[in-house]
Write a new protein. Structure first.
Length: 504
């Protein structure tokens, strides 16, 4: 069978697609022909309808599979309509959005089939059966509309990662992706997470699997690792087959979860590669031993999901139970081993007030995070945080349906005063952090923040487009004077400490 994967990736950060690379590898091994198109401005202009349709007719696939995250749904649906007009191939929707919104997708009749959960085995079975012209009605993980009724089949057990073949990189214009991402290459050594934060898709996945398979969390074996050998082989393959790789970035939800795995991996990695790498840690699963192993293997950055500096918001809205003390300790350990710490935070959470946002800012300053990346909270449908946002009456549904990312603005409405405050912080968070970080430059930034805070909407809008340039100029001055400060670096939503970037 000729299977075409389409990966809509518009208005959002460019990325490789791990899911599709596994599915493609399995399909090819089974003798199917696979093609792929990633649609992203960073890889070229978005196609017009005419161009898309004639390209599709040329490929003339037997099956078209989309890989979709929620923010890409409107664009994916538009492309699917174009596909319908162009060819008769069945349209399949997979990816996280198909897991969290299978029913809603089927209700739109845009796609013929949806696939939920991890689909390595399920999609292969589906394609094989279609190839043999067999009935596909009972394929697990699949949903469809039959006799005007939505039918969603139960899910099958999760795949064992150690048994998966290597990903298929040939399908992608991978060198172009590497270059577009400045040499940063993503990998995943594991899947799954033991937590159930209200805003994350993990609790939805776990519930779906536990309900369908009638099993406990433990029996689900949700947290799975590739063997260390598989990952090292992949690292070696990438270094041998592509150019300009500067950094590996492990996208695992929780790379530091299993201490023994971390140590075993680090020992093997340092024998195989000299390239630096980045991992996602969790402050509850981080200690001297892990930090020492990581640093010894050339790990440069450990990222933590801090999310909010308000313990109340973390506990009541996010279901995250870590203390600020523990966060500060974990960051200190990262620095002790001369690695750089990176914190993700969100602002604009339901039930969050002025003081909660200030707590987030203060925590970053107090912990002296190496860098922080901030976004506006976005309530993904199907999550508990979405329910909380609806219950609290915060959601602006029009904005929610049209936002492609979480960096431009919030889709929650807190009233004019707090909305304006969030816009100010969202535009120039490093000034707020500098103001309360206890640095020599803090009084300077304190005055700047005070002036910002006094501005009304009109005044703020007049100056907002020049703030990033002003930040750059101030930063250059402080760099020349050797004064530590945070400045916007690498992207407009990242604050980085000058001690790091002056040494680059
Ligand atoms: C790595 C990663 C990225 C990478 C790569 C993205 C990618 N598509 O591979 C980068 C950094 C680029 C990225 C970007 C973004 N990401 Co991201 N990302 C992840 C992460 C950590 C891992 C995804 C992954 O590869 N998992 C492993 C693979 C094997 O699983 P998978 O992709 O889901 O694929 C399986 C199934 O979904 C299915 N499947 C997938 N495609 C298809 C297609 C067909 C036809 C079929 C049948 C099945 C199928 O089978 C696959 C194999 O089992 C997840 C969290 C997570 N743990 O999953 C978040 C996650 C997917 N990201 C998320 C978000 C929000 C984003 C961004 C919008 C962030 C932003 N601010 O810009 C962008 C959007 C990117 C885009 N497409 O436009 C959310 C999505 C939530 C949602 N409801 O959609 C997640 C779930 C994290 C979260 N907070 O909950 N992301
Ligand atoms: S710790 Fe991270 S990956 Fe795990 S459930 Fe929470 S947000 Fe999701």
């Amino acid at each position: 069978m000729k299977v075409l994967f389409i990966y809509p990736n518009v208005g959002s950060q460019l990325g490789f697609n791990y899911g599709v690379s596994y599915l493609a590898s399995l399909l090819k091994a089974a003798g199917h022909e696979v093609s792929f198109r990633q649609i992203c401005e960073d890889l070229g202009p978005l196609p017009s309808k005419g161009e898309f349709i004639s390209w599709l007719r040329e490929i003339n696939p037997d099956i078209i599979g989309f890989s979709v995250v929620t923010n890409q749904w409107p664009y994916a649906a538009k492309l699917a309509d174009w596909c319908r007009e162009a060819v008769a191939a069945p349209l399949v929707c997979g990816g996280i959005h198909a897991t969290v919104a299978a029913r809603e997708i089927l209700e739109t009749a845009t796609f013929d089939y949806v696939f939920s959960g991890e689909c390595e085995d399920a999609f292969l079975e589906f394609v094989d059966r279609l190839g043999r012209k067999e009935d596909v009605l009972d394929v697990r993980n699949m949903g469809l509309v039959i006799d005007n009724k939505i039918r969603i089949n139960p899910i099958r057990p999760l795949p064992d990662l150690a048994g998966l073949p290597p990903k298929d990189y040939q399908l992608f214009d991978f060198q172009r992706i590497i270059d577009a991402k400045n040499g940063w290459v993503g990998l995943m050594a594991s899947r799954g997470c033991p937590f159930n934060c209200t805003y994350c898709f993990n609790h939805i996945m776990v519930k779906k699997y536990r309900d369908d398979l009638a099993c406990s969390f433990r029996d689900l074996h949700y947290i799975r690792h590739h063997s260390v050998k598989q990952i090292i082989d992949e690292v070696v393959y990438l270094e041998e087959n592509f150019n300009n790789i500067k950094m590996f970035i492990f996208d695992d939800d929780l790379f530091t979860f299993d201490k023994n795995y971390v140590i075993e991996f680090c020992n093997a990695y340092k024998k195989a590669s000299t390239l630096p790498f980045v991992v996602n840690g969790h402050v509850g699963f981080f200690d001297d031993e892990r930090a020492k192993a990581l640093a010894g293997a050339n790990c440069k950055i450990v990222k933590f999901g801090v999310e909010s500096g308000s313990e109340r918001i973390r506990r009541q809205v996010m279901n995250r139970r870590t203390s600020n003390k523990k966060i500060i300790e974990a960051i200190k350990i990262v620095h002790k081993y001369h690695m750089h710490s990176s914190c993700f935070v969100m602002i604009g959470l339901p039930y969050e007030g002025y003081q909660d946002v200030m707590d987030t800012i203060t925590l970053l300053g107090e912990a002296r995070a190496g860098r922080f990346r901030w976004t506006f909270f976005f309530p993904f449908p199907g999550t508990k945080a979405h329910e909380l946002s609806i219950q609290g009456g915060y959601v602006d549904h029009d904005k929610m349906g049209s936002l492609l990312n979480f960096t431009d603005e919030s889709c929650l409405d807190f009233g004019p005063e707090h909305n304006l405050f969030l816009k100010k912080v969202g535009l120039i968070m490093p000034w707020f952090v500098n103001a309360c970080a206890g640095l020599e430059v803090s009084p300077f930034y304190g005055e700047k923040v005070e002036r910002l805070m006094q501005m009304d909407q009109n005044e703020f809008e007049k100056i907002s487009s020049s703030l990033h340039e002003e930040d750059r100029e101030i930063s250059l001055r402080f760099q020349a004077e050797g004064k530590t400060h945070y400045a916007i670096k690498y992207n407009p939503f990242m604050g980085v400490i000058s001690d790091y970037f002056v040494n680059e």
